[in-house]
Structures are given as C-alpha cells and as structure tokens.
Design a protein around this ligand. Sequence first.
Ligand code: ASP
Length: 299
Amino acid sequence: MNAIVLTHGGASARMEWADGCDAAAHVAMQALDAGRTALEAAVAAVNLLEGDGRFNAGKGSVLRMDGVSMEMDAALMDDAGHLAAVAGIRDVEHPILLAREVLSTPHCMLAGEGAVAFARKRGIPEYRHQPGPRARELHRQIMRELAEGDFSDMPQWAEQDWRRDWNFLTDPELAAGACDTVGAVVRDRHGHFAVATSTGGAAPMLRGRIGDAPLVGCGFFAGPHGGVVATGIGEEITRRMVARSVYEGLAAGLDPESACRRVLADFPEAWDLGILAVSAQGGAHLANRTLPVGREERP
Ligand code: ASP
C-alpha cells in the first residue's frame, strides 16, 4: 500500500504558507522511510509546523483576549489505541511533544498547570513564547472589532457580553479574529493510520477556553478505517463531533472526499471548517475557506 501524508496549516491560514505544510509532509514521509511508526511520523509533521512560526500553533500561537497570555492544545491518536492530549498549556515550545509524553502515563489528557508541571518533570524546559508581529496585529484587530461590535468574522461572539465574562488578570480596556490549527494524517505502508493536531486556539478566547483540537472525535480521530483531523471554529466542530462524523463515513465505505463533503455540507456556512481524511481508498481535504495543505504519497 502507498504511504500517504496530509498536513494542514489551519482553516483560513494563508495559502502562500503551503510550503510549510509541504515541508511537514516531507518530514513525516522521511520518518516513515526510516522505519518509524505512523504515529511518530504524524508527531514529526506537527512538530515542524509548531516551530514554523507562521501557523497558529507552538511558536505562532495567537494571543488570548488580554493580549499577553497564550494557551495551547495538542493531541495525537492512532489505530492501535494510542491516544494522548494536552490542553490549556503554556511555556512549552512544542505542545505535541508534551502530548507524546502523556502516552506513558495512565491518562489520556493533562491540562493547565498540572500539564506544565508534568512537562518539567519529563525534562521539557520552560519556553517563553514571544508573540510575533502577526499575533499582535491580530489581537489589535480583534479587540477593535469587539469594541466596535463588528462580529462579521466571529459570529459566535455576537450574543456574548465579553466585558462581563472577562476572566483575565488585566483590565479589559487594555487589551484581538482568527483561528487556525495545524494537523497531520498519516497512513503507513502497512495501512496503519495516525493523526496529530496542535493549536494556539481560536481568537478571541477567554482564559481557560479549550477548543476541539485536543478533544477526541472532535478535532481528530483515528481507527482501523482511517484518520481525520479538523480545523475551524472549535465550538461548532465539537458540537458536531466533526472528526468522528467523517470517520463514520469512512467506516461506512465512503471515500475520503465524500465523507468530508457530507459533514461539510451540514456545517454552518458562516463558520470556518477544514478537514483532512485518509482511508484505505486514499486521502482528501476539503474546506469552506482557504486551507493550506501539504501532501506526499509514495509506494
Ligand atoms: N479549531 C481550533 C480551535 O477552535 C482553531 C482552528 O482550527 O482554527 O481552537
């Protein structure tokens, strides 16, 4: 069977960043060529995307509403039952590597302070993220739109009093839209599937908000019928369990494109959604906005 790697840089990320997704797909294929597992290959791809700095994951993570804090999520899963995630973490350069450490605990997910303390116990050093110019500009733009009541890019906030719910340590007046996640789906030459995701979350976000990226069946799913990752507005993805819904299509015999199309057709048009899916029949990606994608397939 051909090995396939699909990677993405996030729903609504710029298409000209697809070179970063290609590089990540290439790294994962090299890992497979070196005899590593599909899971290790998916982790290698996401690790590269986290370090790229352009994507909303790892180094490129967006700022939360206070304009200072960053909280990140990451997850991985394969068809052999390996499943691990971290949520709401900070001060870790590569969240996906911390998620990989969770595999060797009795748990599936660690969150917040406990997850960060666990990182230190496992020898993952403290890393202070420095928000880049893109994250700062995005934050300014979002706070401007919130203040002006312009919810065209964030319909989920239209009914929400963000000042009332402000749970940061700073004043709301001191304090931006975007989402994106990175993800990878791998099929190795034996027909085994693995997926990995990582995100800085959506924007705007309250403190403590967790999206779909670390939630099994929502932002990701892998099993004997294939692997799926999703990106977009996490709350809608979670309500609809997008990754599991696409997977059920694969399990029912749909080809990846049809399985993605069925779920996308049911998703509210106003909200971003991108999906990657790989099965024994091949790989496909679909999105209702832009979605930079990398792909490698080799015998
Ligand atoms: N789904 C991610 C989240 O809501 C963001 C994204 O994929 O664009 O945290």
